[in-house]
Design a protein around this ligand. Structure first.
Ligand code: ARG
Length: 460
C-alpha cells in the first residue's frame, strides 16, 4: 500500500520528510486506544447502516488480530506506516480486504488521534492519582510512627520553632491532596469525546457521535467539531498538573537531600535508594532524591513546550499538534517513576530522632513562647517582642546562657523555667491546624478521611 494520500499526490516522499513527519515511534503506545476507538466507530457505522453486519464482523476480527499482534510483538510495522492510525488501518485492510477499506468511513485522523489521546490521558490520570495516594499513605504511616518526635521548623532555612515531625510530613501529604484534586478536575475536562468531528466539520454521512462517545465510556460529546479536533487544553492541563506535582516532589526530594547530609543527619535513606561514589569509598549519595528534584526541570520544560506549540495555531487541526504527545507521555512517565521511588524511600526511611531533637531543643527556639508569655501577662506584643529580642542579643553578646538571663529578668516569674522544657513548646500550641499534639491528632484524622475519599475515587 502506498501513502494515505496517493489519490491526490504523486511522487515519493523523501527520507528527510518521512523522518520529520512520521510519529509512529512516539504514538505506537496509543495502539490499544486506537483499536478501541476504531471498534466503537465500526459498531456505530454498522448500527446506522453505513456498513453491512458482515463487514462489521470482519473488521472487528481484524482489529482483534491486529491488537494481539502488536501486544505480542509479532506485528510487522512497515516503512509507509507514518503513525499508529495508518499502521492499524493498513493491517485491517490486509486482513479484512474490502471490508477493511470501509473502516475509516466518516472519520479523519484528526478526530481519531485526539480520541486516542483523550482515552490515554484519562487512563494515565487515574494511574497517577493512584500513585499519589500510595505516596500519601507512606507519608501518613511515617507520621503515625513519628509519635512526638520534634524537629526544628524552618523559615528562610533558619531554625524558627519546634514542630512535630508528623506535622511536617503531613504538610507534604496535603500538597499531594491538592494534586489529586487537580487530576480529578482535569479528568472532567478530558472526558469529552471528539470522535465524529471528522476532519473538522462533521460529515454528510449519518454517523452518530453520541453513540461512539457512549461506547467509549466518555461522559460528554463534543459540541463544536472545529473545537473538537483542535482543542488540546486537556494536554496542557494534564502537563500542568504533572508540573506542579513535580514541583512538590522536587521539594520533598530537596529535603531528603538536605536531611540526609552529614550536617543535618535527620534521615537515613535505605541503601536501595542511594548509590556510592566511583572514587570516594565512604560516600553514600541520595541520587534518587536528587532525581526527584532534577527531573522536575524536564516536566516544567514540557509545559513551556506544549503552550508554545499551541499559542499561534489557527483553527483547526495543524500538524504542529502532533507535537502534543512527547511532552505528555514524558510528564506522566517521569512522575510515575519519581512517585514510585519516593514512596519506596518513605516506606523504608529511618528518622534520626536524637539528631532532630538535638537540633531543636535550643533555648532560642523558645523565644516566641517567652514573648507570648508576656502577652498573657498583659504586655503589648510589640513590646514583648523587643524585650525578648533584647535578651537574645544580650545572651549572644555576653555569651551568657539565655535561659539564665531570662530567669534573672524581672518580667518573668519562676514558672518560666517550664518554658525551656522542649516538649512544652509543642504542648503549648493549641490552635487548630497547628503543630500542637491535639491539633495534629485532629489533622491525622482529617487527612485519613481525605485519603479514604480519594481511594474511593480511584477505585471507581
Ligand atoms: N500523527 C498525527 C498526529 O499525531 C495524526 C493526525 C494527522 N492528521 C493529518 N491530517 N495529517 O497528530
Amino acid at each position: 500500500m502506498g501513502t494515505l494520500w496517493e489519490g491526490r499526490l504523486s511522487g515519493e516522499t523523501t527520507d528527510a520528510l518521512k523522518a520529520l513527519n512520521d510519529s509512529l515511534e512516539i504514538d505506537k503506545r496509543l495502539y490499544k486506544e486506537d483499536i478501541l476507538g476504531s471498534m466503537a466507530h465500526v459498531e456505530m457505522l454498522a448500527s446506522v447502516g453505513l456498513i453491512e453486519k458482515s463487514d462489521r464482523a470482519l473488521i472487528l476480527d481484524a482489529l482483534r488480530v491486529t491488537e494481539e499482534e502488536i501486544a505480542s510483538g509479532s506485528f510487522v510495522f512497515q516503512a509507509a506506516d507514518e503513525d499508529i492510525h495508518t499502521a492499524v488501518e493498513r493491517r485491517v485492510i490486509e486482513i479484512a480486504g474490502a471490508a477493511g477499506a470501509r473502516m475509516h468511513t466518516g472519520r479523519s485522523r484528526n478526530d481519531q488521534v485526539v480520541t486516542d489521546l483523550r482515552l490515554w490521558t484519562l487512563k494515565s490520570l487515574d494511574g497517577l492519582a493512584a500513585l499519589i495516594v500510595s505516596l500519601q499513605k507512606s507519608l501518613i504511616e511515617q507520621a503515625e510512627k513519628a509519635d512526638e518526635t520534634r524537629l526544628p521548623g524552618y523559615t528562610h532555612l533558619q531554625q524558627a520553632q519546634p514542630v512535630l515531625l508528623s506535622h511536617h510530613l503531613l504538610a507534604h501529604a496535603w500538597a499531594l491532596s491538592r494534586d489529586f484534586d487537580r487530576i480529578i478536575e482535569t479528568r472532567s475536562r478530558t472526558d469529552v469525546s471528539p470522535l465524529g468531528a471528522g476532519a473538522l466539520a462533521g460529515s454528510s454521512l449519518p454517523i452518530d457521535p453520541i453513540m461512539t462517545s457512549e461506547y467509549l465510556g466518555f461522559s460528554e460529546t463534543f459540541k463544536n467539531s472545529l473545537d473538537a479536533v483542535s482543542d488540546r487544553d486537556f494536554v496542557a492541563e494534564a502537563i500542568f498538573v504533572n508540573a506542579l506535582l513535580a514541583v512538590h516532589l522536587s521539594r520533598i526530594g530537596e529535603e531528603l537531600v538536605l536531611w540526609s547530609s552529614e550536617e543535618f543527619g535527620f534521615v537515613d535513606i535505605d541503601d536501595e535508594y542511594t548509590t556510592g561514589s566511583s572514587m570516594l569509598p565512604q560516600k553514600k549519595n541520595p541520587d534518587i532524591a536528587e532525581l526527584a528534584r532534577g527531573k522536575t526541570g524536564r516536566i516544567i520544560g514540557n509545559l513551556a513546550g506544549i503552550l508554545t506549540v499551541l499559542k499561534g495555531l489557527p483553527l483547526t487541526y495543524n500538524k504542529d499538534l502532533q507535537e502534543d504527545k512527547e511532552p505528555l507521555f514524558d510528564s506522566f512517565d517521569t512522575n510515575s517513576l519519581v512517585l514510585t521511588a519516593l514512596t519506596g524511600i518513605f516506606d523504608s526511611v529511618v528518622f534520626n530522632k536524637e539528631k532532630m531533637s538535638e537540633a531543636t531543643d535550643k533555648p532560642f527556639s523558645m523565644a516566641i513562647d517567652l514573648a507570648e508569655y508576656l502577652v498573657h501577662k498583659g504586655m503589648p506584643f510589640r513590646e514583648a517582642h523587643t524585650m525578648v529580642g533584647g535578651l537574645v542579643k544580650a545572651s549572644i553578646d555576653s555569651k551568657k546562657d539565655f535561659k539564665k538571663l531570662v530567669m534573672e529578668d524581672d518580667n518573668f516569674g519562676s514558672e518560666i523555667e517550664n518554658f525551656f522544657i522542649p516538649e512544652m513548646a509543642i504542648k503549648r500550641r493549641i490552635t487548630p491546624g497547628s503543630t500542637g499534639l491535639e491539633a495534629v491528632e485532629v489533622q491525622k484524622e482529617q487527612i485519613k478521611k481525605r485519603l479514604e475519599i480519594q481511594t474511593s475515587m480511584i477505585s471507581r
